[in-house]
Design a protein around this ligand. Structure first.
Ligand code: PGA
Length: 217
């Protein structure tokens, strides 16, 4: 069984998210859906049995005067068991630093949510130093592959997954390493067939019903 995470980014509003959520059948793989914050409560109602719910972002603080932020505790209230942390779009467009990503990880772990930590190279794993983590999903997402239609070769993907596991695995009880960046129906099978790869994080191709259905088949 592999893990398929759908990251709907800021593509879908409430109505479209619910429409997609209703059509998700987990099948032989485990599926986690990460809608926008505003759609989370309705998507939760619409999701079928066995499909898990995640968020795309979280605040580094538990509560406080932080206009527009959403805390890990609030995500727990909404029924989210997972959250994406350190996505490259946030690092790039919202200037999220390694320090902030690490603080977010701590906030998430304190609430027993499982982080989906996005890294585009091995050096970004240093934020894990000295953190005690039971459950972690690391998504290897080379920045140049996100939304571009380009992907590394299968050898490169396998090699990076091995290196991530070797580097991060020591201190983490349950680690899953997944690939993200231009995963589509046409390359999904080959990527998931790699023994080093525990699953995929899919953005664009998970946001339309026709391609999502093919991905989940
Ligand atoms: P993409 O995005 O599948 O659209 O390349 C992946 C991601 O950003 O998580």
């Amino acid at each position: 069984m592999k893990l398929i995470i759908a990251n709907w980014k800021m593509y879908l509003g409430v109505k479209d998210s619910v429409r997609l959520a209703k059509n998700i059948v987990a099948g032989k793989n485990q599926v986690i859906v990460c809608p926008s914050f505003v759609a989370i409560p309705e998507v939760k109602k619409a999701l079928g049995k066995g499909v898990k719910l995640g968020a795309q972002n979280v605040s580094w603080q538990e509560s406080g005067a932080l206009t527009g932020e959403v805390s890990a505790g609030m995500l727990v209230e909404l029924g989210c068991r997972y959250v994406i942390v350190g996505h490259s779009e946030r690092r790039r467009f919202l200037a999220e630093s390694d320090f902030v990503v690490r603080e977010k990880l701590k906030a998430v772990l304190a609430k027993k949510i499982i982080p989906i930590l996005c890294v585009s190279d091995l050096s970004e794993l240093k934020i894990l130093n000295q953190l005690v983590i039971n459950d972690l999903i690391v998504a290897y997402e080379p920045v140049w592959a996100i939304g571009t239609g380009k992907t590394p070769t299968m050898e490169e993907i396998a090699d990076m997954h091995k290196k991530i596991r070797a580097r991060a695995g020591k201190s983490i009880k349950k680690l899953l390493v997944i690939y993200g960046g231009s995963v589509e129906e046409k390359n999904l099978k080959n990527i998931l067939a790699l023994p080093e790869v525990d699953g995929v994080l899919i953005g664009g191709a998970s946001t339309t019903l026709s391609s999502l259905k093919k991905i989940l088949q």
